[in-house]
Design a protein around this ligand. Structure first.
Ligand SMILES: O=C(O)CCC(=O)C(=O)O
Ligand SMILES: [Fe+2]
Length: 291
């Protein structure tokens, strides 16, 4: 049985985040206001925003220990997928993005196996963080914690030699916290807003899948940095991990519709299974995009 959500009184946010440096709890504080303004500009401009050293090193060390202790429960998805995690569809031409499959080597420590006192889960459950992230996004629709029991706040795991191919996320926005860094490689690359709900932009996507670099941004995250990005519209990948270190990243995932979940095929591909709830909610109408 998965632990229930932390109550506010159980979360000492200042142990996790240096609230003097980043007073995200203090609505109206000039530093918070400035940070939110900076985030909104960045999200409009590139769909991506980063806060350096957001999480305290002690909390990052605890998360690294947690992830390492759960490492053998990682579900590895070592498989080919297209950017949409959709099955092959022969009605498209052979070189079409829908039919372009790359080999994924990465895994998830699913949200439902995190430890009882997991700092990642405490952060995820902190209302202060939900509201701060929401303001940074600058979107009128509220954001919520996600119902998906596997995908809501997993650790992404990549071992030496692993590669995470170009893809779109099933959810609109993702918040990432790098926990441990690769010795080299393991760079997050993304193409801001390469598609919209109105346009799939297959031509640009085909260019990138073919090795093209038009519009590609690179982000050299460090452990403790917070990253916000629009993963449903910005295609992204992680370059191959070089050296000996395993890369762990916390992925607290907030959504506009807390009810819907990843589709069963997507969930089985990258979290190893789909629950009964995933099957029940598979047909909830989303936004008209192919996945
Ligand atoms: O590991 C990262 O930096 C990004 C991971 C990611 O894009 C994903 O798991 O969907
Ligand atoms: Fe992603």
């Amino acid at each position: 049985m998965q632990p229930t959500a932390f109550a506010a009184a159980e979360i000492d946010l200042d142990e996790l985040i240096d609230l003097d440096a980043y007073p995200i709890h203090a609505i109206g504080h000039p530093d918070r206001t400035a940070l939110v303004a900076e985030a909104r500009d960045a999200m409009l401009d590139t769909g991506c925003f980063m806060v350096k050293d957001f999480i305290r090193p002690e909390a990052i060390a605890t998360m690294a220990a947690e992830a390492a202790s759960l490492h053998d429960q990682t579900f590895w998805s070592l498989q080919d997928h297209n950017p949409y995690f959709s099955p092959d569809d022969e009605s498209f031409p052979e070189d079409h993005p829908r039919r372009t499959f790359q080999h994924r080597q990465s895994g998830f420590i699913n949200s439902d196996v995190l430890t009882e006192q997991s700092p990642l889960r405490q952060l995820y459950d902190a209302d202060v963080l939900v509201h701060f992230v929401w303001e940074c996004l600058g979107t009128p629709q509220p954001i919520y914690r996600w119902a998906d029991p596997l995908g809501r706040n997993p650790y992404g795991v990549m071992e030496p030699g692993h590669y995470l191919p170009w893809h779109f996320d099933g959810n609109e926005f993702t918040v990432s916290i790098l926990v441990t860094k690769a010795d080299a490689g393991g760079i997050f690359e993304y193409v801001p807003n390469i598609r919209t709900p109105e346009a799939e932009n297959y031509d640009h996507i085909a260019h990138i899948l073919d090795g093209g670099r038009d519009g590609v941004h690179e982000l050299d995250l460090q452990p403790g940095d917070l990253q916000l990005f629009a993963g449903r519209f910005s295609m992204h990948r992680v370059t191959p991990i070089e050296g000996d270190a395993t890369r762990y990243i916390g992925l607290p995932t907030y959504v506009h519709d807390p009810y819907r979940m990843n589709r069963p095929y997507h969930s089985e591909s990258i979290y190893g299974r789909a629950t009964e709830l995933h099957l029940q909610r598979a047909d909830v109408l989303v936004d008209g995009l192919v996945d």
